[in-house]
Structure formats: structure tokens, C-alpha cells
Design a protein around this ligand. Structure first.
Ligand SMILES: Nc1ncnc2c1ncn2[C@@H]1O[C@H](COP(=O)(O)OP(=O)(O)OP(=O)(O)O)[C@@H](O)[C@H]1O
Ligand SMILES: O=C(O)C1=C[C@@H](O)[C@@H](O)[C@H](O)C1
Ligand SMILES: [Mg+2]
Length: 181
């Protein structure tokens, strides 16, 4: 069980479906908070020594989820981390319990058309192979209850990454002041 932290010692965790902007917004927040961005997908690729598509193809999704679970435990034990999580991190109740206890969790959202536009040209998402529109619509529907369960959510559909980052920072600093009061 992670220790409960206060102020800016708390973690700031971005979750959300693929293409909602976790990495993009995470990079802006990293610059504004002057902290490194812990991008979970990149960290897992580094540890495995291969891209996520190869982990899924060679080792299977359960192996990827086990690595993801282990990384959530590690990151939740430390404080002051800015974390961009993988899109499926919300599916594991224990992941969300650990992250919520470690700080502020923010869920980025966008509608299916906008997600499709954003990920159209990119090929590094193993769960979006083939008919991307159908995959996005089906998965978004399946996962809606998990994303909607996060108390602080931001619709990024008609907002720039800078605006999204600004709102998050405001909330994080308010919450941090509250925790210090
Ligand atoms: N608010 C936004 N408005 C317009 N385009 C955006 C916005 N946020 C991100 N994008 C664009 O959408 C694409 C996907 O963004 P990004 O890689 O940050 O998503 P992600 O949530 O990290 O996805 P994944 O879960 O697959 O890692 C990028 O091309 C990025 O420039
Ligand atoms: O939504 C998902 O389940 C995933 C999203 C990506 O960030 C990666 O973590 C991986 O491709 C799985
Ligand atoms: Mg990302």
C-alpha cells in the first residue's frame, strides 16, 4: 500500500484512452513543473528491450499487463512523479487504487472521431490494427465505465494540449494547496 502524500509531493497521473493526449500533455506538464515525464509505455519498452507491438506479438497481452502492474506499484511508492500511463491501466482495479492513493489522477477524454483523426497515421498501437474506426468505437464503449469512474476528467476534443495542461496544473496546484492546509 503506498504512503499517502501531500502537496506537490503527490503524484500527477494522466490516464485515458489511446490518442487522448497523455504523452503530448504530459510533455507540456513536464516543462511547466520542471519534472521528468514518466511515460509508462516508453519505460516498459525500455525494460523489455522491444516495442509494445513486439511485446504483444511475442509474449502476449497478459505479459504486458503484468509488467504494467509492476510498474504502477513502483511508481505509486514514490512521490512527486509526473506519470503518463498506458491506455489500459484503468482496467486493473489495483492499479487505480494505488495511483489514486499516490496523488491526483486525471482522465483525458476525446470522442471516437477525434481519436481516429489523431491516431490515423500512427502504427504503434497493437490494439488498433485493422479497421481502426471499429476498434476505437468498440473499445471506447467497453472501457467507458472504467474511464468514467475517474473523478477528474477533461474532454480534450476541442481543446489544445496547452489548454488541457493549464487546467490540469490549476487543479493539481489547488489540490496540493488543500492538502497542505
Ligand atoms: N488536445 C489535442 N488536440 C489535438 N491533437 C492532439 C491533442 N492531444 C494530442 N493530440 C495529438 O494526438 C496524437 C496522439 O497523442 P498522444 O500520443 O499524446 O496520445 P496518448 O494518449 O499518449 O496515446 P497512447 O495511449 O497511444 O500513448 C498526437 O499526434 C498528438 O499530437
Ligand atoms: O489501451 C491499451 O490497452 C493500450 C494502450 C497503450 O498506451 C499501450 O499501453 C498498449 O498498446 C495498450
Ligand atoms: Mg502515449
Amino acid at each position: 500500500m503506498p504512503t499517502t502524500l501531500s502537496g506537490e509531493d503527490r503524484n500527477l497521473v494522466l490516464v485515458g484512452f489511446m490518442g487522448t493526449g497523455k504523452s503530448t500533455v504530459g510533455r507540456i506538464l513536464a516543462a511547466r513543473l520542471d519534472r521528468p515525464l514518466m511515460d509508462m509505455d516508453e519505460m516498459i519498452e525500455h525494460r523489455a528491450g522491444k516495442p509494445i507491438t513486439a511485446i504483444f506479438a511475442e509474449d502476449g497481452e497478459p505479459a504486458f499487463r503484468a509488467m504494467e502492474r509492476e510498474l504502477v506499484r513502483e511508481l505509486s511508492r514514490r512521490g512527486g512523479q509526473l506519470i503518463s500511463a498506458g491506455g489500459g491501466v484503468v482496467l486493473d482495479e489495483e492499479n487505480m487504487r494505488d495511483f489514486s492513493a499516490s496523488g491526483l489522477v486525471v482522465c483525458l477524454q476525446a470522442d471516437a472521431d477525434e481519436i481516429l483523426r489523431r491516431v490515423q497515421a500512427e502504427e504503434h498501437r497493437p490494439l488498433l490494427s485493422g479497421d481502426k474506426r471499429r476498434q476505437i468505437e468498440t473499445r471506447l464503449r467497453e472501457r467507458a465505465p472504467f474511464y468514467d469512474a475517474v473523478p477528474f476528467r477533461i474532454d480534450t476534443t476541442n481543446r489544445s494540449p496547452e489548454e488541457v495542461a493549464g487546467r490540469i496544473l490549476e487543479r493539481y496546484r489547488d489540490a496540493s494547496r488543500g492538502a497542505n492546509a
